[in-house]
Design a protein around this ligand. Structure first.
Ligand code: TYC
Length: 117
């Protein structure tokens, strides 16, 4: 069996403060990583795309159950737009592409956009 090497501690960041007593005390700093910017994927209403197709899209691409998908679809139908979900940039962009491709394949004018949340 190869000997397991201990994992070295994370490197300390920033200057190491002097405690004034001749000893140097190293302080560990919390990592300053920002959370990723999030994007909402939004469906837009039109007069031609069948309601059933929109519900299918919400189930298939946004993992919504039938009841939630129906509620979101009806909100879009009545108010003109509705949020399908909130994702990181790449995931949101991929979902928009997949929805638009499915709509074109089905011959529907459904529009789907992403915007910063
Ligand atoms: N307004 C469409 C109809 O009456 C239904 C619809 C809902 C279309 C949501 C698009 O994003 C949409 N058939």
């Amino acid at each position: 069996m190869p000997e397991e090497k201990p994992i070295p501690p994370e490197p300390l960041k920033g200057p190491t403060p002097d405690d004034g007593q001749g000893a140097v005390v190293a302080e560990r700093q919390a990592a300053k990583t920002e959370p990723p910017r999030m994007y909402q994927v939004v469906l837009l209403n039109d007069d031609y795309t069948p309601m059933e197709f929109v519900v299918m899209v919400l189930q298939e691409y946004f993992q919504r159950d039938l009841e939630t998908a129906t509620q979101i679809m009806l909100k879009v139908h009545k108010e003109g737009r509705g949020v399908c979900g909130v994702y990181t940039k790449d995931v949101a962009a991929t979902k928009v592409e997949l929805v638009l491709a499915a709509a074109r394949r089905g011959g529907h004018p459904l529009q789907c956009i992403m915007e910063a949340a």
